[in-house]
Write a protein that binds this ligand. Structure first.
Ligand code: GLN
Length: 311
């Protein structure tokens, strides 16, 4: 990346953003301007470039700041996602630490969280005697979903499971960072392993299971952006031939863990509502019903609410 180094001199933040935007555009880096703005703002101690005072944007950068910006921008040239470059990212207003290869929470997943919160507000009576709903998140990654639910539902408790060691460590770090560690159990667990769920019975019947599982169709894995393919753990994305492998495991174990009318909320691919619906019809023994499907902000059917019909 050194060949891209803008001429040293009295460069301001604004000039550097413009220089790197031009380099990123030339190299075909997606979101060129956003990327350079985030990097420069981060080095100057701000979250967004727009939030920097105009005087600060015009002021010459120190050699240390300049070197840091060059170094981080070089990583973006290698297609590293900006979330990993900055080492933190906001989700539902919470600042979470982000480290590769742990899956980076996407903006649409915030809509899944909002939906869960809406439903929770509709039936507070379903919480247990202490009024503290128990939530299980399968495939917690950075902990984004569990931690944002815990912060918005003050009485709730969560169990967050993931099979990846890096994810478990990062969720723990994020829980501590947000001082939510006393309300969350973080358990290394692979839901595809026979009997692994038995472990979870210890905490009692669940009110809710929520997950953004790996759901990418195997044939689509090759088409993922370089940012995803080269940096994120494929295990967080690859859902098998029809993207259903982990979804099926979650649905199959849910009835054993959920309360009688407990709910499952899932983020899925737009092809999944139909696939999940017919899969559930083939498994009447599970007593699960697809009760609602929601669209994401792009209008694609991406979120499922499945409910256990009290057996
Ligand atoms: N929508 C995700 C993507 O960016 C896939 C997420 C998942 O498999 N959970 O590719």
């Amino acid at each position: 990346w050194r060949r891209h180094l803008p001429q040293a001199g009295l460069l301001s933040a604004t000039q550097l953003v413009n220089e790197w935007t031009a380099v990123f555009e030339k190299e075909g880096i997606p979101e060129a301007r956003e990327s350079s703005e985030y990097i420069v703002a981060h080095v100057l101690g701000a979250k967004t470039f727009q939030s920097l005072r105009p005087a600060l944007r015009r002021q010459p950068l120190t050699p240390g700041q300049l070197q840091c910006i060059q170094e981080l921008s070089g990583r973006r040239l290698q297609r590293m996602p900006v979330q990993y470059i900055l080492g933190e990212w906001d989700f539902q207003g919470l600042s979470l630490k982000m480290t590769p290869p742990v899956f980076i929470p996407r903006p649409e997943t915030e809509e899944l969280v909002e939906w869960v919160l809406e439903e929770a507000a509709l039936r507070p009576h379903e919480a247990d005697a202490q009024g503290s709903p128990l939530i299980l998140e399968v495939g917690c990654g950075s902990g984004a979903i569990s931690l944002s639910l815990l912060s918005r539902l003050p009485q709730s408790r969560a169990i967050a499971v993931d099979k990846g060691e890096a994810a478990i460590c990062l969720t723990l770090e994020n829980a501590q960072r947000l001082r939510l560690q006393d309300r969350i159990q973080i358990v290394p667990l692979d839901v595809t392993l026979e009997g692994s769920w038995a472990h979870l019975l210890y905490w009692g019947p669940l009110d809710l299971i929520v997950s953004n599982p790996p759901y990418v169709f195997r044939q689509d894995m090759e088409q993922l952006a370089p940012e995803i393919r080269s940096y994120e753990d494929p295990a967080a994305l690859d859902g098998g031939e029809k993207g259903m492998d982990i979804i099926e495991h979650i649905l199959a174990l849910a009835p054993r863990l959920l309360k009688d009318s407990g709910s499952i909320f899932l983020e899925v691919d737009p092809r999944h509502p139909e696939l999940v619906s017919s899969w559930l019809q083939s498994r009447p023994d599970l007593s699960l019903n697809l009760v609602a499907v929601r669209r994401d902000f792009c209008g694609r059917s991406r979120f499922l609410h499945i409910q256990r019909s009290g057996a």
